[in-house]
Ligand binder design. Sequence first.
Ligand code: TMP
Length: 210
Amino acid sequence: MARGSFITIEGGEGTGKSTHAALLGEALERAGIDAVVTREPGGAPGAEEIRALLVEGDVSRWDPMSEALLHYAARKEHLEMTVIPALIAGRWVISDRFADSTMAYQGYGHELGRGTIARLHELAIGDFSPDLTVILDLAVETGLERAVAGHEDRYERMGPEFHRRLREGFLEIARLEPGRCALLDAGQSIEDTQAAIRRLVGDRLGVDLE
Ligand code: TMP
């Protein structure tokens, strides 16, 4: 059986990643593709426990490197327990965030640097990489306003400068890896952004999505 495709949806706060991951999963199912929608940090029992440590509590709760290590501990669990078994079974996996979030948030936001995060990535998960990464881009102020309209978590309290740095991080990732990544404007309506995502998945991964 052919291995499934692995799609990741990335971006800053309030860009609509979860909504678009769910809608893309439904579109794939309508096209007859068995799809799993999952998220990071989380997506497996141990990883969900680690998530609670990361998203709750004081802003300065973790040293930046400790925080990056926790994200990679959660990611390794998610990969081993959820993502890789599904791909091997021929299912497609859509993850709301993956490794680019650690590069953007811890590498750029917390300024650990690209090289440090790349070494950590190599050590923890080697050269495993998504087939396609959609990066949703939005002005920081608009995103934070949308995000804090719900429950404000630890990252949303980190301040606009942190969020500006991580937005630049995502833009740089998109520039450096155009073969894997595509940058989309998340300032449009949900319908227009979702239509752009479906076209992209159709073009890059050879499926016909309505
Ligand atoms: P969520 O709110 O998108 O579900 O994600 C939880 C928070 O975790 C979000 O504010 C971004 C942050 N995060 C990182 O800082 N590094 C990572 O590697 C991941 C996956 C998420």
